[in-house]
Write a protein that binds this ligand. Structure first.
Ligand code: UGA
Length: 434
C-alpha cells in the first residue's frame, strides 16, 4: 500500500518506519527542513531502541522516504496519517492548530479516495473538525478515521509491531476495509482490532492514559501513607498486583509521572470534562497528587542536611522522564535539579541518553559527568531520578571511594532496603521505611 505520514515526531516516525517494515511504500512529510534533511541523510532525531535497524533497512530498500512537500508526499497515498503535535493551549485543552492547518492544506491536494487517519491524541470531536476542514477544499470522496496510538517511548517499535489492540474509530465500511488490510500483519497473534465510532476512539486514548495516571497517583498516595503507617509500598504492590483485576503493571510508586503524554492528556481530559460541564473529580486529584509528588524529595534532602544545602554537592543519576529514552519533557529530574540549585547546592548529573537535552536547557548551571561513577566524585549525596538498569547493581565499593557520605535519596525505589543496610547506606526512598 502507498502511505503518507504527516509529522515526523515520535509517533509519526515510528508509524512510518514500522509500516514500511511491513512492506508498504511510505513517505513521511514534515515542515521542518533541517529535520527532513537529517532524516534523508540517515540521521534519526530521536533515541528509540530498535528504530535504527528498521529505519536503515527501509530507507536503503526505498520503502521509506522523507519530504517537506505535502503534495509530493501524499501522491497516490491510500492512507494519510496525521501524526502532528497537540500541545496544551493556555487553558490546558489540546491545541489543534497544526492538525487543522494540515487539514486545510490537504483538501485541494487530494486526487483520489484516501483514508485520513488521526494518529495524534486529540479531543472528542476532532475527527469531525478535520473532516470539515478537508471537505472545504476537497473535490473527491475521503474518510477521516480516529486511530489513536498507544505506544510507549523506549519500547515504541515493539508496541507498534505487537499492539495489545488496535482501536479504529469510523463508521465507513470502506475505511474499515483499508485499515484492516494495513494492520493485518501486526495482529496476526489474534490481538483485536476494535472498531467503534470516531468520538469513542478519541475518548479511548484519553481514558487509557488517564487511567494509567490514576494507577500511578493512587500508588504514590499509598506510598505516602505507607511512610506514615510503617508499611512497605513494594510489598503492597506485589500484594495487590497479583490480583488479575488490578494487574501488575503501572503500580510503581516514585517521584511522579512525567513525559509528553500523561501530564498533557490528563489535563486535556479534565478540560474536556469541564467543557461538557462534568465535574471529573478523580482527574483533579491525579494532577494534584502528581504535582506534589514531584517535589517530595527536596524537603527530605534539606531536612537531612539540617535545612541548609548551600555549598553541598549533589550527584543526580537519571534525567530522562523514564528509562530508555532521552526525553526530558516534564521530567521530575529537571524540576528537582532547579530546586536544588535554588537552595544553593551544586549539582553533577549523569544520564545514559538525556545529557545533551538537559545541557540545552540548563547549560553550565550544573556539571555533566561522563560516567555514573564520575558524577559521584566528592558529592555529599546521590539522588536517583530515573530507574535506568545501569543504576540497579552498582559497585558500592567504588561508590564509597567517591561519595563523601554513604547517602542515597532514591525517587524510584531502585534498591532493596536489606541491600542498603548491608552496604551501610543511609537510604531514603518512596513509601518505605528509612
Ligand atoms: C504513555 C502510555 O503508556 C502509552 O500507552 C501512550 O501511547 C503514550 O503515553 C502516549 O500517549 O503517547 P509514555 O509517556 O511513553 O507512554 O511513558 P510511560 O511508560 O507510560 O510512563 C509515563 C510516566 O509514568 C513515566 O514518568 C514513568 O516513570 C511513570 N510511571 C510509570 C510511574 O511512575 N510508575 C509506573 O508504575 C509506571
Amino acid at each position: 500500500m502507498k502511505l503518507a505520514v504527516i509529522g515526523t515526531g515520535y509517533v509519526g516516525l515510528v508509524t512510518g518506519t514500522c509500516f514500511a517494515e511491513t512492506g508498504n511504500q511510505v513517505v513521511c512529510v514534515d515542515i521542518d527542513e533541517r529535520k527532513v534533511e537529517k532524516l534523508n541523510n540517515g540521521i534519526i532525531p530521536i533515541y528509540e531502541p530498535g528504530l535504527d535497524v528498521l529505519f536503515n533497512r527501509n530507507t536503503a530498500e526505498g520503502r521509506l522516504k522523507f519530504t517537506t512537500n505535502l503534495a509530493e508526499g501524499i501522491e497516490g497515498a491510500e492512507v494519510i496519517f496525521l501524526a502532528l503535535p497537540t500541545p496544551p493551549g493556555e487553558d490546558g485543552s489540546a491545541d489543534l492548530k497544526y492538525i487543522l492547518k494540515v487539514s486545510d492544506d490537504l483538501g485541494p491536494l487530494l486526487k483520489q479516495y484516501a483514508v485520513i487517519v488521526d494518529k495524534s491524541t486529540v479531543p472528542v470531536g476532532t475527527a469531525e473538525k478535520v473532516w470539515l476542514h478537508i471537505s472545504r477544499g476537497a473535490k473527491i470522496d475521503f474518510d477521516v478515521v480516529s486511530n489513536p496510538e498507544f505506544l510507549r517511548e523506549g519500547v515504541a517499535v515493539d508496541d507498534f509491531m505487537k499492539p495489545d489492540r488496535v482501536v479504529i474509530g469510523t463508521k465507513s465500511d470502506k475505511a474499515k476495509a483499508v485499515l484492516n488490510k494495513l494492520y493485518a500483519p501486526l495482529v496476526r497473534q489474534g490481538n483485536p482490532v476494535i472498531f467503534m465510532d470516531e468520538r469513542s476512539a478519541e475518548m479511548t486514548k484519553y481514558a487509557a492514559n488517564a487511567f494509567l495516571a490514576v494507577k500511578i497517583s493512587f500508588m504514590n498516595e499509598i506510598a505516602n501513607l505507607c511512610e506514615k503507617a510503617g508499611a512497605n509500598v513494594d510489598d503492597i504492590r506485589r500484594g495487590i498486583g497479583t490480583d488479575s483485576r488490578i494487574g501488575k503493571r503501572f503500580l510503581f510508586a516514585g517521584i511522579g509521572y512525567g513525559g509528553s503524554c500523561f501530564p498533557k492528556d490528563v489535563q486535556a481530559l479534565a478540560k474536556t470534562a469541564q467543557e461538557y460541564d462534568y465535574d471529573f473529580k478523580i482527574l483533579k486529584s491525579v494532577m494534584d497528587v502528581n504535582t506534589k509528588q514531584k517535589s517530595k524529595l527536596l524537603p527530605i534532602i534539606k531536612n537531612h542536611f539540617d535545612g541548609d544545602l548551600k555549598g553541598k554537592t549533589i550527584a543526580v543519576w537519571g534525567l530522562a522522564f523514564k528509562p530508555y529514552t532521552d526525553d526530558i519533557r516534564e521530567a521530575p529530574a529537571l524540576e528537582n535539579i532547579r530546586a536544588l540549585l535554588k537552595e544553593g547546592a551544586k549539582v553533577t548529573v549523569y544520564d545514559p541518553e538525556a545529557m545533551d537535552n538537559v545541557r540545552n536547557v540548563l547549560g553550565n548551571q550544573i556539571n555533566y559527568a561522563h560516567t555514573s561513577y564520575a558524577a559521584l566524585d566528592d558529592a555529599d549525596a546521590l539522588v536517583i531520578m530515573t530507574e535506568w538498569p545501569l543504576f540497579r547493581t552498582p559497585d558500592f565499593g567504588k561508590m564509597n571511594l567517591l561519595l563523601k557520605n554513604k547517602l542515597i535519596f532514591d525517587g524510584r525505589n531502585v534498591y532493596e532496603l536489606d541491600q542498603m543496610k548491608e552496604v551501610g547506606y543511609t537510604y531514603y526512598s518512596i513509601g518505605r521505611e528509612t
